[in-house]
Design a protein around this ligand. Structure first.
Ligand code: HEC
Length: 136
């Protein structure tokens, strides 16, 4: 009994230490796609992903990681987004992160009416989720 309690206590300490270490360790770490699926609910009113995805208010996001900006042929992008595309913007994870942090700040004049995701962790998680959907 005494020994068991000791083992449990040690395990609890290890868990506590691991969770304390997490925030720092996360800073550069890839996001969590499972958590990102929940974050994507904030995008899903306007964006679809997956096999049957169609453009909605916003363009389909399959294959978005690595996709050139404004490249879905049958979507009517804003002039602002087309100008970014003309400058050569490609949606790397980093660039998507900038967009999601502050859409109107990053692409002034964009028609993506979304306030943004203030938490870096949420941005990383939703980008990890998006990365699981390849281009069709
Ligand atoms: C209210 C609707 C709306 C919401 C919510 C929204 N978006 Fe958008 N999104 C748009 C529209 C519209 C565009 C096209 C912008 C333009 O042409 O200026 C866009 C463009 C984008 C693009 C660039 C696509 C391309 O082909 O260049 C990405 C990436 C993107 N959104 C990701 C997201 C993510 C991730 C979320 C959720 C965190 C989100 N959006 C939430 C409407 C929305």
């Amino acid at each position: 009994m005494g020994m068991r309690a000791g083992t449990t206590f040690t395990a609890a300490l290890a868990v506590a230490a691991a969770s304390l270490a997490t925030p720092a360790a996360r800073a550069d770490a890839a996001g969590d796609a499972a958590k990102g699926e929940k974050v994507f609910k904030k995008c899903a009113a306007c964006h679809a992903v997956g096999a049957d995805a169609k453009n909605k208010v916003g363009p389909v996001l399959n294959g978005i990681v690595g996709r050139p900006a404004a490249s879905i042929a049958d979507f009517a992008y804003s002039d602002a987004m087309k100008a970014k595309a003309a400058e050569g913007l490609v949606w790397t994870e980093e660039e998507i992160g900038h967009l999601l942090e502050n859409p109107k700040g990053y692409v002034p004049g964009t028609k993506m009416s979304f306030a943004g995701l203030r938490k870096e962790e949420e941005r990383a998680d939703v980008i990890a989720y998006l990365a699981t959907f390849a281009a069709p």
